[in-house]
Design a binder for this molecule. Structure first.
Ligand SMILES: [Zn+2]
Length: 315
């Protein structure tokens, strides 16, 4: 698609300042949103209503740079800047002091050693147990890559759940939460790495998103099931809150809050749920699951339930 002519704001440059910060400079005041793909250590900044200047200045990345790659892409009316840090480094937002600039802090996440005097060296401050300063939600789109999940007529569970999960992440970020995805692309990912991503990022809650299926002779079955691990009261509370929100906003059939020994919810230390967002084997539910506005409504309901849970347990 070609760009509308009225986009006048440009991204003019990226450069390092003297404080270990990467500064994105624009020609006029900008807003932005950010996301972190922890699995690939890529921090992305999306700046709406801008284009990339033809005279863009970019930094030269030396051999010792903690940044491995910087990519700029025009996506519709937005510029997306993706910054991949090397292992042991992370990129953090800093408070804005200039409406035309975004300063990103590079932070070493190598284990902190104690200095000779016995006082710890400076380290990122932990709030809610993580370094984002916000409560963090781990989002786990089920399956991926060669593991397509449930299928029907060439439609794959892995694709539907990724779309719902991305809506979920965006909505949670708009609510003020930090988000980490176990996968944000169509990649093969085992169950244990999903758990490790949630643990390492010190997520407050874990939400796995799936689509259900049954045999062809049970195509009349439809509805929502929300799972928690057996014997977890917080997981059960989270499941109940999310389940209620989904039923209220989608009107889908209530298949109940259930407990099950699914690996990802049994092995995560934080309250964890697995949402079966509907049956791919039920033709009318499949049609709804493929509808982008239904996917968004589903994500919004899950986000509301998560928000309700985190607000009720904030201490
Ligand atoms: Zn599944």
């Amino acid at each position: 698609a070609s760009l509308p002519i009225d986009i006048l704001t440009t991204i003019d440059g990226l450069s390092f300042n003297g404080y270990g910060q990467l500064v994105i400079q624009a020609s006029r005041a900008i807003t932005y949103r950010s996301s972190l793909d922890l699995a690939n250590n890529i921090y992305s900044v999306t700046v709406p209503a801008t284009r990339i200047s033809s005279q863009l200045r970019r930094p030269i990345l030396g051999a010792n740079s903690p940044i491995e790659q910087i990519r700029l892409n025009q996506v519709g009316d937005s510029v997306v800047i993706s910054i991949k840090a090397i292992a042991g480094w992370q990129i953090k937002e800093t408070p804005r002091t200039n409406a035309q600039a975004i300063a990103l802090q590079l932070v070493s996440v190598v284990p902190v050693k104690t200095s000779i005097s016995g006082t710890p060296r400076s380290q990122p401050r932990l709030i809610y147990g993580n370094t984002t300063g916000r409560q963090l939600v781990a989002i786990d789109p089920g399956h991926g890559g060669p593991d397509v999940g449930a299928t029907r007529n060439g439609i794959y569970e892995k694709d539907i759940v990724l779309l719902i999960s991305k809506h979920l992440g965006r909505i949670l970020q708009q609510m003020g939460y930090a988000v980490v995805y176990t996968r944000s692309e169509d990649i093969d990912l085992d169950l244990d790495p999903r758990v490790q991503i949630a643990e390492k990022s010190r997520a407050s809650v874990f939400v796995s998103v799936h689509v259900n299926s049954l045999d062809a002779n049970a195509s009349q079955v439809s509805g929502i099931e929300t799972y928690h691990a057996p014997g977890t009261s917080l997981g059960k509370n989270l499941a109940e809150m999310v389940h209620e929100q989904i039923l209220a906003s989608t009107g889908a059939n209530d298949r109940g809050v259930r407990s099950a020994r699914f690996y990802v919810i049994r092995n995560t230390s934080m309250p964890a749920i697995l949402v079966e967002t509907g049956y791919i084997t039920n033709p009318s539910e499949l049609a709804r699951l493929l509808n982008p506005s239904y996917q968004e409504r589903m994500a919004e309901a899950i986000a509301k339930g998560v928000d309700q849970f985190l607000k009720s347990y904030r201490r």
